[in-house]
Design a protein around this ligand. Sequence first.
Ligand code: PNS
Length: 159
Amino acid sequence: MRIAIYPGSFDPITNGHLDIIKRGSKAFDKLIVAVLINVEKKGLFDIEERVKLIKMVTEDIHNVEVVSFEGLLVDFAKMNNSNVILKGLRAVSDFEYEFQMALMNSKLDPHIETVFMMTAAECSYLSSSSVKQVAKFGGCIKGLVPDIIIPNIENRINN
Ligand code: PNS
């Protein structure tokens, strides 16, 4: 069984992430969405809330599992019998950061393969940070994130 890990901060999940999850779930037998800690980023949602939001929008995809993990991605992959890390690439600007992480992960575990999928063109400008910024200043986030999580984001930002 081909198991892939789709890791990220997902603070919160966007339509760009969801696009990769949907396509990834078709390319692999099982896709584990792993909410991990990025030490470079301060979070809006705590880790368990991020997991809850991802579960809300992926519940109809039967081969997707959503979990959180505090530690190294390569250790998480090994624990889950996977050697494939799936990542989305939006633009050339993502490349350097993703290339560096892919190389670091393969240094930590040479069995790990990082596989990239190009983000859908209509999602290529999307990021969790820009969604948070738009929401913070009262802009409309419809179309940027799944509709059912919009109230959660607006409540969190306004309270
Ligand atoms: O969505 P992000 O913030 O770009 O995802 C980055 C993430 C969470 C995948 C990365 O920071 C990560 O793998 N964190 C876990 C710790 C780890 O394994 N670090 C080594 C890789 S450089």
